[in-house]
Design a protein. Structure first.
Length: 279
């Protein structure tokens, strides 16, 4: 299924390699929230893969003493990692089985057409009992902009075109990890809100991050006056305009014999009916 134009995604990221420093604070906020999960485990990691970290994640991992290789669909963006880097397509990863004991994908998998397939490849790149961490925009992200664009375009042209990327729901994310073969999958939600004095700042930041529209079925022409009309519809908070980034924070592990296993069916010694029984 071709949802996104991957050549356009790469072109956007190539262009954004020169401007992404302007949104580094937001990217770093999301990355630090994700990497906080490393502090919840007693495991130590020696070799990490940073998938699409845009020059933000790899330095944070190296600061923790973890040898890190970065990869990105865009060669220019991959080169921002400050260390070993590979230009690689997330849908066709070049890494050998068991190459890493940690994989981190911060805000980088939402332009992938075959997300289950990409997750399977990332799981295979992990050594047994290796850890996978990812942040993924989910339904509710940029909802203010999506609603404003839909209402404005319907008013101007009598129809709508997809102008904000489709996002999964949180409840689907743990299932994606399980489908890809990860053990102990966990998905929880986090939210980052950004306020803008000028609504055009939101569009500039999306472009700076390489996050402009790459939906394959997007309209090739923009109705005259669409964006000014849409930005006028954005809700205000004390004279500022909010953009919401709602994230699924995903954790999974490459299967290993040493991991906790579910008890065999029928091996329980206490009846659930007895536990729930009332006086």
């Amino acid at each position: 299924m071709r949802i996104f134009d991957r050549r356009l995604v790469r072109a956007h990221r190539d262009r954004a390699a020169a401007t992404v420093d302007g949104v580094a604070d937001v990217l770093a906020d999301a990355a630090e929230r994700l990497l906080d999960r490393l502090d919840d485990t007693t495991r130590t990691f020696a070799r990490a893969l940073d998938v699409g970290g845009r020059g933000v994640v790899a330095p944070l991992l190296r600061a923790r003493g973890i040898e890190t290789v970065a990869c990105d669909l865009s060669p220019a963006m991959a080169g921002r990692s400050g260390g070993p880097a590979v230009a690689a397509d997330e849908e066709f990863l070049p890494f050998a089985v068991g190459s890493f004991d940690l994989v981190v994908a911060n805000l980088s998998l939402h332009w992938v057409n075959d997300l289950p397939g990409a997750l399977i490849q990332l799981r295979m790149a992990l050594a047994p009992d290796g850890m996978f961490l990812a942040s993924l925009p989910i339904l509710g992200t940029l909802q203010e902009l999506r609603t404003a664009l839909t209402e404005a375009e319907a008013e101007i042209s009598g129809g709508v075109s997809p102008r904000v990327s489709p996002f999964p729901e949180l409840r689907d994310c743990a299932g994606l990890l399980q489908r890809a073969g990860f053990a102990l999958p966990v998905a929880d939600a986090d939210e980052i809100g950004v306020l803008y004095a000028d609504p055009l700042g939101l569009l500039r930041d999306l472009r700076a991050a390489g996050e402009t529209n790459a939906v394959a079925l997007r309209a090739r022409r923009t109705p005259a006056g669409l964006f000014p009309a849409a930005l006028a519809l954005l809700p205000e908070e004390e004279g500022r305009f909010r953009a919401t980034l709602r994230l699924a924070m995903l954790t999974g592990w490459a299967p290993a014999p040493s991991q906790p296993q579910p008890a065999a069916r029928g091996s329980g010694q206490v009846s659930l009916a007895d536990i729930l029984k009332k006086d």
